[in-house]
Design a protein around this ligand. Sequence first.
Ligand code: G3P
Ligand code: MG
Length: 252
Amino acid sequence: MWRYPRILAHRGGGTLAPENTYAALRRGMEQGFRAIEFDIMLARDGVPVVLHDAVLGRTVNGSGHVHDYDAAELAAMDAGGWFAQGFLGEPVPLFVEFAQFCKAHGVWMNMEIKPAPGFERATGETVARIAAALFAGELEEGGEAIGRVPLLSSFSHAALEAAMAAAPRVPRACLMERLAPDWERIARSVEAVAIHACHRYLTREQARAVKEAGFGLFCYTVNDPARARELLDWGVDAFCTDRIDLIRPDFR
Ligand code: G3P
Ligand code: MG
């Protein structure tokens, strides 16, 4: 069962703002989004930051790996100038603060655990512990409140296993570019509530099988409204989009 929003802004604000930043989040919110996907990895000091790439240089004005720097050093780096001059100085967000901001503004979160190679378990455990602490009240309350708890997703099975061990009540989803032949066994082994699949490779038959097995089905990253309608027609529960200007939260 899918109890979360249907349309999410990918990396906070899609392609309308520098990804995984507060500027992206604000842009998404301006477009009416109250649900986002973003990526999390660990800095050298084990503090999680909101970032997609393990290697700096594409979106962050720096060099080397994310784990060469403490979180405070990353937070002082520019993550906006690559996108446009007007975003120069936009920081790399600290995950805890970013999640608190989202929660305070009623923005639902799909937290993608994006470990740098070698940091799978540590990243999964850290993100899950923080999510559980931030949403302890909702987890305790249960019922409708569970719909406000973030959904943790990852391509890394080890990260999901560690998340399950650290905070079993925070829901998990398996990210799979293409559905593995044994996707159901993999998903059940981490008690996942949903499959997050790349829409390019998903077939109508696979969508039906996932839904019939009782899982939520989420697609990334859907930027064409016609394809979005087709996926919803197949029974896909939700998707994230980079084109938050074309596909709004009330899209049908
Ligand atoms: O979580 C969905 C999607 O974001 C996965 O791919 O590379 O954009 O993080 P990526
Ligand atoms: Mg992602």
